[in-house]
Design a protein around this ligand. Structure first.
Ligand code: DGL
Length: 289
């Protein structure tokens, strides 16, 4: 098989990665996409790098060894901000994360020079978005906020209640008073609800959806490396490690993806050996808060 015909792998902890599958499907419909979601280890955003590397490595081994992907997109903000460098040394496959593309877009969009980053605790703790944005333009003010409870509400599909809408409105009002005009939805779960968020924010803010920024970056990369797949409409597959209830529900919001039947992440090979180490690696009790 020519390298350009190989699939693109996408990884995330839960429903949020669908934002990336959707963005890629819209921009690069010929590409084969394999998305691996890992609700078994959700939330990634409350774990540290040493916990995350083995968890994510098993997903990457599956994508590289079994499915021979040509590229892996770490749709997850937590992985992109904490683990990308180390994963690039552990695996031969190229990686594209969300930090660079989303930061570039935010810098282009802001008029007041003030950008908010909303993400998980682990992403905010790393300061990676702030460092990237200020590397591009050191004059930009960056406010970074972790909203872990809101991540959880989205994972469970509860974010559209009046209470959460009011809560979001209050936060936006606070940002507006401080003259922030651009918001990066710095975790996949927030990216997934970018338009819902834009509806609440009206025209007061530029909402940056990293999935859209990253899909553009992927296109440029595939063109540059001669890896574009232009053969036919590419298939989309979703593997789920853990309970697939939330993913199945979230897929229904995307008419283009509704026909996909999530598959179970493979645990055993024919000799009954664990292939990709998919037993729960972290217990909830061991995750730092
Ligand atoms: N996927 C994570 C991210 O984008 C958010 C959800 C989680 O904490 O696992 O950072």
């Amino acid at each position: 098989m020519g390298n350009n015909l190989k699939p693109i792998g996408v990884i995330d902890s839960g429903v949020g990665g669908l934002s990336m599958v959707f963005a890629l499907d819209q921009l690069l419909p010929s590409e084969e996409i394999v998305y691996v979601a890992d609700p078994l280890h959700f939330p990634y955003g409350e774990k540290n790098k040493n916990e995350l590397i083995p968890i994510v490595s098993s997903l990457i081994s599956f994508l590289t060894e079994s499915l021979k992907v040509k590229l892996i997109i770490t749709a997850c903000g937590t992985i992109s901000s904490n683990c990308l460098e180390e994963l690039s040394t552990l695996f031969q496959v190229p990686f594209i994360g969300i930090i660079d593309p989303a930061s570039n877009d935010a810098v282009k969009k802001t008029k007041t020079g003030k950008v908010v980053v909303l993400a998980t605790s682990a992403t905010i703790k790393s300061g990676t978005f702030r460092k990237h944005i200020q590397k591009i333009n050191s004059a930009i003010t960056v406010k970074e906020e972790a909203w872990p409870e809101f991540v959880d509400a989205i994972e469970k599909g509860l974010h559209q209640t009046e209470q959460w809408k009011q809560w979001i409105q209050n936060q936006l009002f606070r940002f507006q008073k401080e003259n922030f005009d651009t918001i990066i939805m710095g975790c996949t779960h927030f990216a997934l609800i970018s338009s819902f968020f834009q509806d609440i924010a009206k025209t007061s803010f530029e909402i940056i959806n990293p999935a859209l920024s990253t899909a553009q970056e992927v296109k440029k990369y595939l063109e540059k490396t001669d890896l574009l797949n232009q053969s036919k409409l590419g298939s989309k597959r979703i593997f789920v490690r853990g309970n697939s209830t939330n993913i199945k529900k979230a897929i229904q919001n995307f008419s283009e993806l509704q026909k996909i039947r999530p598959e179970v992440f493979p645990e055993m090979n024919q000799e009954n050996k664990i292939l990709y180490n998919s037993q729960r690696i972290c217990t909830p009790a061991s995750t730092p808060r």
